[in-house]
Design a protein around this ligand. Structure first.
Ligand SMILES: Cc1ncc(COP(=O)(O)O)c(C=O)c1O
Length: 370
């Protein structure tokens, strides 16, 4: 018996999500030490001390199930976003919410629209539930930032069978972002039967003047779902906490498929405390700005082209095939992210690290470049 044949068709054709290589695996594989990982868009400062203290305290009570509704966290997030607590849906990372959205609104016979080079979880989640993906070509650079979401192309794929449009703002891996006016026009121009998901995993990092906080649009846009996470600027990727803000009616639907205890008690406590740690968030975003500047000037000095990024990572073009450059970086103890699976075989993505990590990456890159 080949169990593959028993899997539902969408799953049979799926390739699993490829995470960045862990440091321990690289060190084992090449027998090296002091490797650095700039591959998964994590916060190089780590978690803040308030979040860590809250996590330690919550650990003492880990024999108990977590509060299933995430009451305290959701209430706090509701205040932050100026919405009712029942507009918040907690997730085991924001990926979990993306998955809930696909299970609620997608299935065989209906369609999801997203952009070429968009975040890898959208195709996986859509395919897994047997829905059809309509992938819009990204900008070629003539009418918008090259590799970025082309909203006109996305709009042209929306039809009677469309149920969900996914927009990553900014997008991973490209780092490209959409400004307030074009995004608002797009969202308000969609037919009522289409849910629009705006994935703002990197929201806290963005400094672009025209970048919108789309949670403010919810009062007028009932078909909008905004997702956020504690994995990036808040430095809690390993704990898995994210959420969506939507209309209470949509949140109620998402809650029907949500695992009862999807956000563990340690993650809930740490996320709540992280929201109070304004100083840590500010240090994290400031460090990111410095790091982006450091990486970009390094690429300019090395005469490598790169994509302007609003996130905590930058994509750059390698001179030869990116897979070879990636391997050479690995052997020097630097882990970055190949993005051939995003249709970008000549690019690599590097996450902003500590200044000394960015400097080491640039020095090693210069050494291994062909
Ligand atoms: C665009 C985007 N959305 C969502 C996520 C999911 O993050 P998490 O599940 O850790 O909240 C990521 C993580 O890399 C991302 O880049």
């Amino acid at each position: 018996m080949h169990y593959d044949e028993l899997a539902v068709p969408g799953v049979r054709a799926l390739q699993p999500y490829q995470p960045g290589m862990p440091i321990a695996e690289l060190e084992r594989r090449y027998g090296i030490r002091n490797a650095i990982k700039l591959a998964s868009n994590e916060n190089p400062l780590g978690a803040g001390h308030l979040a860590l203290a809250a996590a330690r305290q919550a650990l003492a009570d880990c024999a108990r199930y977590p509060e299933g509704s995430g009451y305290l966290l959701c209430t706090r997030l509701a205040t932050l976003h100026g919405v009712a607590p029942d507009a918040i849906t907690p997730g085991n990372g924001s990926n979990d919410v993306l998955d809930m959205i696909t299970r609620v609104f997608l299935g065989p016979g209906v369609e999801a629209v997203y952009s070429q080079h968009a975040f890898a979880v959208y195709p996986i989640a859509v395919q897994a539930v047997g829905a059809t993906a309509r992938v819009a070509p990204a900008h070629d650079g003539s009418r918008g930032p090259a590799y970025g979401h082309d909203l006109a192309a996305m709009r042209s794929l929306v039809g009677p069978a469309t149920r969900v449009v996914f927009i990553a703002n900014p997008n991973n891996p490209t780092g490209t972002w959409l400004g307030e006016k074009e995004l608002h026009d797009f969202v308000t121009g969609l037919p009522d039967h289409v849910m629009v998901v705006i994935d703002e995993a990197y929201f806290e990092y963005v400094t672009a003047a025209d970048y919108p906080d789309t949670t403010r649009w919810l009062a007028d846009c009932p078909n909008l779902i905004v997702t956020r996470t504690f994995s990036k600027a808040y430095g809690l990727a390993g704990l898995r906490a994210g959420y969506s803000v939507s209309s209470p009616e949509v949140a109620q639907l998402l809650n029907r498929v949500r695992q009862p205890f999807n956000v563990n008690s340690i993650a809930q406590a740490a996320a709540l405390a992280a929201l109070d740690d304004v100083a840590h968030l500010e240090s994290s975003t400031r460090l990111n700005q410095i790091g982006i500047g450091q990486l970009v000037s390094g690429f300019q000095r090395l005469d490598l082209s790169y994509i302007d990024s609003a996130g905590n990572f930058v994509v750059f073009e390698t001179r030869g095939p990116a897979a070879e450059c990636y391997e050479r970086l690995l052997r020097e103890g630097v882990i970055v992210r190949p993005i051939a699976n995003y249709g970008m075989p000549n690019h690599l993505r590097v996450t902003v690290g500590l200044p000394e990590e960015n400097a080491r990456f640039l020095a090693v890159l210069e050494k291994v470049l062909v």
